[in-house]
Ligand binder design. Structure first.
Ligand code: NDP
Ligand code: MG
Length: 381
């Protein structure tokens, strides 16, 4: 029986994790979880899986729930995230919280030697060097949940990383893949939230439309697989059937395929190194699909991807600034304060003005993160 802590339980990844935990109660036990403001879903998960500790975003919600469920311990805010991540009984942390707010709890779990199944890519982008150094120091295993990184991880099983020629990350192209940049001037929030292949949280759906999601994933791959940026490529593949590929020196290419279902990489991270049947999983029928399509990535069409490669190659706090600017700009777009095209324009302005610190410590990262969010708030006023 693996004992699990889960951050971001009420979100898209968190709720799909819940779906797996519900079905596989003989193998997994949820001991602690965090949610944000969705108290209805929080109640449902409490009643179904009966954890020992639950943390919510707001203190008043924690108080209300504590009255309803006196046998359960409640916490709130960022300290609550750390308490869930470091619950003494759990050996695995699934981090599916949104944004760099997940950084400190990830580090805390690593320092206890827990295995971290990480969906929370912003943490790896903003402080990848710290996360990986701590994981090495405390012998903590980091397992990817992001579908592309899970595909790369699976395609490298049993291989010597030294023999890798390049990683090829596939991209669906997002909601606007058939539009030119000039056609994006007046697109709405509803248009942007309409992803063709995946149903995900709002922020990552916008990131997919700007292609910043792929940019974050390139950095995530660099961090997780210790691969130089020159050896990480992005390939447009509209069907999202091939989840990513690894090319080796001998020209062999190994890929992982499957119907687009995030429960596959989530469950693999939970069951690793084993595999389990996927409840209601849809098997891949290639004959029915017939054709798969591939196309080279256009960096002019997707400036956010160019910016992410630039930040990655530079390294240091520019990664934190880029990530925080993106989080703040996407939030502003979702609130109707800026247009779609202003998202990457905002990020570029922040990056151009940034005074880079090459090897930042945690304090510096948190400071740059906070300052950048403030700068963007002033810019969008
Ligand atoms: P969602 O927005 O759907 O969910 C985010 C979760 O985090 C919710 O439980 C939310 O709570 C909680 N949350 C948000 N802000 C805070 C906060 N300040 N404090 C505490 N809790 C908070 O996001 P996704 O599930 O889409 O994405 C989660 C992570 O996984 C992201 O890093 C994303 O990039 C990554 N990812 C997602 C994929 C997907 O298919 N969705 C695929 C690959 C990676 P509540 O809703 O209760 O307010
Ligand atoms: Mg992905």
């Amino acid at each position: 029986m693996k004992k699990i802590s889960l951050l971001g339980a009420t979100g898209s990844i968190g709720w799909q994790t819940y779906d797996i935990l519900k079905e596989q109660r003989n193998d997994f036990q949820l001991v602690a979880f965090s949610s944000g403001k969705n108290i209805e879903k929080t109640r449902e998960m409490i009643e179904t899986l009966k954890p020992e500790l639950v943390s919510v975003q707001l203190e008043e919600d924690a108080r209300t729930l504590a009255r309803e469920y006196p046998q359960i311990q409640f916490s709130f805010g960022e300290k609550g995230l750390v308490e869930v991540a470091t619950h003494p009984d759990s050996t695995v942390l699934v981090n599916a919280v949104l944004g760099s707010v997940g950084l400190e709890s990830t580090l805390a779990a690593i320092r206890m030697g827990k295995t971290v199944a990480i969906a929370n890519k912003e943490t790896l982008v903003t402080a990848g060097h710290l996360v990986m150094a701590e994981a090495k120091k405390y012998n903590a295993i980091i397992l990817p949940v992001d579908s592309e990184h899970s595909a790369i991880f699976q395609s490298m099983n049993g291989e010597n990383p030294k023999n890798v020629e390049r990683l090829i990350i596939t991209a669906s192209g997002g909601s606007f893949r058939d539009k030119s940049r000039s056609e994006l001037k007046h697109v709405t929030v509803a248009d942007a939230l309409n992803h063709p292949n995946w149903s995900m949280g709002a922020k990552i759906t916008i990131d997919s439309a700007t292609m910043m999601n792929k940019g974050l994933e390139v950095i995530e791959a660099h961090v997780l697989f210790d691969m130089p940026y020159d050896k990480i490529d992005v390939l447009l593949h509209r069907e999202s059937i091939i989840h990513s590929l690894v090319e080796y020196h001998d020209t062999s290419v190994i890929a992982q395929l499957g119907t687009p279902d995030m429960r596959v990489p989530i469950q693999y991270a939970l069951s690793y190194p084993d595999r389990m049947p996927l409840h209601n999983g849809q098997r891949l029928n290639l004959a029915q699909i017939g054709q798969l399509h591939f196309q080279e990535m256009d960096f002019e069409r997707y400036p956010a991807l160019r910016l992410a490669y630039e930040a990655g190659r530079t390294g240091g706090t520019i990664l934190t600034a880029m990530n925080a600017a993106n989080e703040a700009a996407v939030a502003a777009f979702l609130q109707g304060k800026i247009t779609f095209l202003e998202i990457d324009e905002t990020i570029e302005r922040v990056m151009q003005a940034h005074n880079n610190i090459l090897v930042p410590d945690l304090q510096t990262i948190l400071q740059v993160d906070g300052e950048t969010r403030k700068t963007v708030l002033d810019m969008v006023k």
